[in-house]
Design a protein around this ligand. Sequence first.
Ligand SMILES: C[S@@+](CC[C@H](N)C(=O)[O-])C[C@H]1O[C@@H](n2cnc3c(N)ncnc32)[C@H](O)[C@@H]1O
Length: 269
Amino acid sequence: MSLEENTITCGDAFDLLRKVEDASVDLIICDGPYGVTQNEWDKVPSIQDFNLDLIQCFSAKLKDGGTVYLFGKQDCIDFIDYRPYLNLKTKIVWYQPSRLAQGRLSYTNNYDVICFFVKGKKPNRFNLDAIRVAQLVELEHRLRCERVPSVTNGKYAKTRFNETGKNPGDVWGDIKQLTYKSKELVSRNALNTIQKPEQLIERLIRASSNPGDLVLDPFAGVGTCPVVCKRNDRRFLAFERNPDFVAIGLSRLEELDPGQNGLKFAKVF
Ligand SMILES: C[S@@+](CC[C@H](N)C(=O)[O-])C[C@H]1O[C@@H](n2cnc3c(N)ncnc32)[C@H](O)[C@@H]1O
């Protein structure tokens, strides 16, 4: 069986990943188990070993210079040696200040990490202009930054104010987690552990792929990454084990392009 592009295939990610052609994928968005909740799909004996298996497999499926974004908690890649397979460029902190602070013995965790890996030294794509965010600095500070001498040669640094915005950096507090009131929430069951905001996935996809590129999402949930791919003219391969989530994801795709994805499914609340 060959895999169909631009739809969500129901099945086990590891089985389906074996069918993906080696060195064919430009970008992988991996929002799978975190190993922290009691959901059946989230229970893995060791999240680090689980992620190392994935990283090894992703390395084979990616083109040279291809990118992986791996979601998890702060320890999701601790003490595993991913270096033979992928280079870690950045650990992005996705800050979620709206969470209830319930810690009693330590500080409540308020963020997820998104590990930005590249196969090889440099990413083929890093479309900074597609993901710039507003510069919230006053004119005086801006001028001072532009006049700071460079530490290496004493001349002025290359810092320049860019009218179209700045690099979003590695702590993202500007994209909020979905709430019960979010219009894009497809199901109350999908809150917190499942559905990611489209804006978050869109930033990753726009930064690290171009129109026509192939994006792989092995844990598609309710289809956020497929929806964003479709809206941004990326080809995609998406896998999800839970048939109810697959149905919701297909319904979301159908809403973008009525008549192309079979049945239209009702929202499930
Ligand atoms: C965090 S959710 C993904 C959410 C997705 N990014 C979205 O916005 O809808 C992880 C998903 O992985 C699925 N999953 C877990 N283990 C799987 C496996 N071995 N094969 C396929 N899907 C799996 C779960 O059913 C769950 O829907």
